[in-house]
Design a protein around this ligand. Sequence first.
Ligand SMILES: [Zn+2]
Length: 383
Amino acid sequence: MTAASSVVELTKRLIAFDTTSRNSNLELIAFASELLEASGARLRLTYDDQDRKANLFATLGPDRDGGFVLSGHTDVVPVDGQDWSSDPFAAEIRGDLLYGRGAADMKGFIAAALALLPEFAALDLKRPLHFAFSFDEEVGCVGVRRLLDDLKTAGIKPALAIIGEPTSMKVVAAHKGGAVIETLARGREGHSSAPSRGANAVMMAGEFIASLAALGEELKADRDEHFEPPYTTIQASVMSGGTVVNVLAREARVIWEYRALPDRDANAIFTRATARAADILPRYRTGAPEADFTNHVHATYPGLVRDLDSPAVQLACALSGSNDTHTVSYGTEAGLFQEAGIPAVVCGPGSIDKAHKADEFVPLDQLESCTVFLRRLAQRATQ
Ligand SMILES: [Zn+2]
C-alpha cells in the first residue's frame, strides 16, 4: 500500500473508533500502538484516573534529546443532535472530500503520521521522531498534561512539536488561551410578589451575565491585531435555574468562558469577573444573608504566544514553503507544549470551519499535502 492510499484508509479506520470524549479511547490507542511498535518505536503510555483513557507517546530513532513531536488528540466532539448526511463513524468519500467525525479534527493528521511509519522506519534518523496522541483535548486539553508531566519526569526533551489541528496546512504561530467556568448563584425561595423577602437566584445570575458583558466591552480596549477578533472575549452560553414564575428561584447556573490574548494575565479576568459578582450580592443579602455566588473552573488552557524566532515556527514555515504565519482564536495543546518548554506550532489538514459540525470533512488533497509536509519533516530528522 502506498502512503497516499493508506492515509485515506487509516483516516477511515480511526474515524470508526467512536472516541467521543466521554468514551474510552483505548481501542484506538491499542491500534496505533501496534503500528508504532511494528515500526520499532518505543512506547510510553499515561492514563486517566480510571484507566479508561490513555495518552500514547512513541519514539522512533535515536534515544537522545531533541527531535520533533507530531501531536494529535484522539478524542472527538459528540455528534448528539447533529443532522449528518451519512454515519459519522463510517467515513464516506463523496467527491474529493472524506466525511466523518474527526476527519479534520484531527484523525486525518494522526492517520497521515501513522501511514508514513514504514517510510520513517526505513530512514537513518539522526534525531528522534516522536508521536504524541492524547485523550480529552476537547474537554479542556486535559489529557496531554499527564503526557507532558511524564516527559518531564523521564527527562525527555524534544526540540519542538507540530500540533496537527486543522489549519488547512497553514502555519499557525499563535492562539488564544481560555477557561470554562461554572458560576452557581444561590438565593432563597419566596413569593415572587415580595422579592426582598428572599433572593432570586435567576435575577442574580442575570445581573452576573450583564456584568460579564460589561467586562467584555472593557476588554476590547486591549488589542492585538494579529487576532480575529483582536481582543479577549467573554461569553456565557449556558444558563439554567428557577422552577415557576411566582417563586423566587433558589438556584441558577451560568457556564461561561473567556478567550484571552495569549500573553496577557488570564487569571486577572477571572478575578475581575468574580469581583463583580461580589458587588451584586449586598442587595440580595438583605433578603437572604446566605445569598452567594460560587465558581467552579472546569478547564483552563494557556494560549500559544507568538514567537517568530521559535524553531517550531521556522521549521514549519520551511517545510510548507511559505513564511506566512497565522493566528487563530481557538485553543489547542500547543500552548501547553510551549509552557512545558517545547516550542510548538499548529499545522494540520482540513479546516476548523468544518470541525465540530455535522458533515465534518477533510479534503483528500489536504491529506496529501500533510503527507508531503511530514515526509519533509522526517527528512530533516536525518540531518
Ligand atoms: Zn481539535
